[in-house]
Design a protein around this ligand. Structure first.
Ligand code: ADP
Ligand code: MG
Length: 730
């Protein structure tokens, strides 16, 4: 009898919500209390340093050594008053998580004692011994130096008793080894390119910001049940488990009332987030049982991404406090929805205009259509690359799995905007276009586009990249991903596209057209070119796969082959042109992605092999021998003829068990052999292809037989918590 499992289930059932002492203050009182924000800078820095730091934060002006010293002193004083004893450069290596190495604020005082110190030099730059982070071959062991350097645009914060200083992480030779450095470059590129285009409409614009509002989905599982599932512990997902009789069919979880134990966790999490300056706003149940979502108010992209990274560590910690484990894997459970991280994205000017919000005047509307069409062009031209930016071993379970966006990137605009673009496409620049419908959209002459009232309701949940009224929502991003990957690609592609657009408009004006007519002419051309990317239909359907291939969109589904997009000549050219990633950096990133893919499947294969051989088969054998025992006792007592009839069902079960057990054992052996072959392959791409083509399908097939065994073997003997327990106990 599997006492462990029942003990765990009992524990989970008896667990009550941990009462969270409700802070007496209002959120405004504790919001950002752990952040060295502008308010604290003003308080702890001399006026001159404060002004200099603000200039650096807002305009990227280099910080003098003297200012750095003074900022470090002020920051240290604040941190120590908050109880901090250590500081760390907090960075985002290509592993996908965040990295930190804590140092105490202590230095020799030169008289045999110590003083508490944080120098400007240590604030600005450090050389963590970080030779073990993935670097895709950029750093050889003989030159394994990596530097972390302060990103002054993202404020320092305190976690526990450690002052965390957001930094980029680069190699000795200057190549980026992290997500933040290229993200900052991409944001700079899109700022420059978009500002230049904005100035064609409004010379007062000096800066364009990229905004990101992420919606984080996650699962919660009781910690004791989690601990009894080695697959969850080691791989983050269940490698086996038969569907529960009740799943999400009734859709009774989505937006349902939040269970009290979960609510206590959420309140605690929100409190922790708000103290860290993460402006969390929305919480609700998601579609799958035990699945939830959290979303903040959108922020400038670099800060928003830091906040998402910080959330991922905070959510894990708070979950543990409440005896939950937070599953951030894209597909922890088969047969029910997986988790994504919708990236709501927009561009806005320093004059306060959202460039993706249709304006009130014809002039604003032409600007809106200009940005809209250029974004369509960028997504069209780099649709394969965008897919590569969000693809991974874990997200592959979700994309294309009839619940999340397909593994084809397309854009949903909605009927109203589609009509607008269609009419621009077919119009001559002199005519007046009158649209029907409640919007009364009119395009008179060239730019006389009256107010667009966008119908927010026509949304399409199956689209990976959807326009939602005043922003685009990139929905293919995985729940465990660093959003930066998607944001680097999207912002760079849009930057490259806008730069090209401006050049084409200038060509037209040089040929004698007015600026407005030139813009109109180029846009018309673009609308025709990028038409294949527009798709408002059902993205989950099989017809769409066929249609998308016909349209020439990227329909590749093999993860390792999708990574080829990163190093295609046109990708290299685009990233080099925008100054975001060099060819060396791109090759390194592709290599890291391939390596990570292989390792993840390798670990899953090992864990599944172990579970199959040491947990499942022994139990199935025991159950089978119980049945055999019974059958032989039947014949002892009743004689073989009568017993033959009496034991018919038992015999059937014994044979069924034998079939599945044999299949599991044989396939595990085959998988071990296939792994040995794959592991001998030197080339990372070929190795990943071997893991994708041969080993990944074996995981599925072994699982199939184990899940059948789960249906036959006595429930009391089954060693692992079942789906109905994992997903419904909280
Ligand atoms: P949904 O209806 O898609 O579930 P939510 O309200 O849960 O919407 O989340 C939407 C996210 O989009 C939030 O983070 C919100 O702040 C963000 N958002 C809203 N407007 C913009 C914008 N202009 N740019 C970027 N993000 C935005
Ligand atoms: Mg959304």
């Amino acid at each position: 009898m599997s006492t462990l499992r029942f003990k765990m289930v009992e524990q989970a059932i008896n667990r009550k919500a941990i009462p969270v002492p409700h802070p007496a203050e209002r959120p405004a009182d504790y919001y950002g209390i752990q952040v060295f924000n502008e308010e604290k800078m003003r308080k702890y820095l001399p006026a001159k340093s404060y002004d200099a730091l603000l200039r650096t934060m807002r305009h990227g002006t280099p910080l003098s050594r003297e200012t750095a010293e003074s900022v470090a002193a002020g920051m240290k004083q604040w941190a120590m008053e908050m109880g901090a004893t250590h500081y760390t450069h907090w960075f985002q290596p290509l592993t996908g998580g965040t990295a930190e190495k804590h140092d105490a604020f202590i230095e020799h005082d030169g008289r045999g004692g110590i003083i508490e110190e944080l120098s400007g030099k240590l604030l600005i730059q450090q050389e963590p011994d970080a030779s073990s982070f993935p670097n895709g071959g950029i750093r050889n062991t003989f030159e394994a130096r990596g530097y972390s350097a302060w990103d002054a645009t993202s404020p320092a914060f305190i976690v526990g008793t450690t002052l965390c200083i957001p930094t980029i992480f680069i190699a000795y030779t200057g190549e980026a080894l992290d997500f933040k450095a290229p993200l900052l470059r991409a944001l700079h590129a899109v700022d420059e390119a978009a500002t230049a285009v904005c100035r064609m409409f409004d010379p007062a614009v000096n800066k364009v910001f990229s905004y990101l509002g992420w919606e984080q989905e996650y699962f919660l599982v009781d910690e004791s049940l989690w601990a009894a599932r080695p697959d969850l512990v080691l791989t983050g997902r269940t490698l086996m488990g038969h569907e529960s009789a009740k799943n999400q069919q009734l859709e009774d979880h989505y937006f349902g009332s939040i269970p009290s134990r979960v609510l206590a966790f959420m309140k605690d999490l929100e409190y922790a987030c708000l103290r860290l300056g993460i402006p969390v706003k929305t919480r609700h149940n998601e579609v799958a049982p035990n699945q939830f979502e959290l979303a903040p108010v959108f922020e400038e992209t670099n800060l928003a991404n830091d906040h998402n990274q910080l959330l991922l560590s905070t959510i894990r910690e708070v979950a543990r406090k409440h005896c939950f484990r937070c599953l951030l894997h894209e597909k922890p459970f088969k047969g029910i929805n997986g988790s994504g991280k919708h990236n709501n994205w927009s561009l806005g000017t320093d004059t306060g205009v959202n460039l993706l919000s249709p304006g009130k005047t014809p002039h604003d509307n032409l600007q809106f259509v200009t940005f809209l069409v250029n974004i369509l062009m960028a997504v069209y031209r780099y649709n394969g690359l965008l897919k590569a930016s969000v693809m991974s071993a874990t997200n592959a379970h979700r994309l294309g799995a009839n619940e999340a966006p397909p593994a084809i990137i397309s854009v949903f605009l909605g009927s109203q905007l589609s009509r607008v673009l269609d009419s621009i496409e077919t119009s001559t620049s002199e005519e007046t276009i009158v649209m029907d419908g409640k919007s009364g959209f009119r395009l008179s002459g060239i730019a006389h586009i009256p107010e667009l009232l966008l119908d927010n309701t026509d949304r399409n949940r199956t689209s990976p990249f959807a326009f939602t009224g005043n922003r685009f929502e990139f929905r293919a991003v995985g729940s465990s991903d660093n959003c930066a990957d998607a944001m680097i690609t999207l912002n760079s592609a849009v930057a490259a596209q806008l730069t090209e657009f401006k050049q084409e408009v200038e060509k037209e004006t040089a040929a004698g057209l007015s600026t407005e007519k030139a813009i109109f002419t180029v846009l018309k051309r673009y609308i025709k070119t990028c038409k294949p990317i527009r798709f408002d239909g059902n993205g989950y359907s099989d017809e769409w796969k066929v249609e998308a291939a016909r349209r020439g969109l990227d329909t590749e589904t093999s993860v390792p082959l999708i990574f080829d997009r990163l190093i295609e000549p046109r990708s290299i050219e685009m990233f080099a042109g925008t100054g975001v990633l060099s060819s060396v950096e791109l090759h390194a990133r592709a290599e890291v992605k391939l390596e990570t893919y292989t390792k993840k499947i390798q670990i899953e294969a090992r864990v599944l092999g172990d579970l199959a051989m040491n947990h499942i088969l022994p139990v199935a054998s025991r159950y089978q021998s119980m049945l055999l025992d019974k059958v032989s006792k039947f014949s002892e007592i009743f004689g073989s003829d009568e017993a033959g009839e009496l034991a018919e069902q038992d015999r059937e079960l014994i044979i069924k068990l034998a079939g599945h057990m044999k299949a599991v054992q044989r396939q595990v052996e085959e998988m071990v052999e296939a792994r040995k072959v794959a592991n001998r392959i030197e080339n990372e791409r070929d190795k990943a292809i071997a893991y994708h083509d041969t080993i990944a399908p074996m995981l599925e097939s072994i699982r199939y037989h184990i899940d059948k065994l789960e249906l036959i073997v006595d429930n009391e003997m089954w060693p692992l918590p079942k789906y109905r327990e994992l997903l419904f106990l909280r």
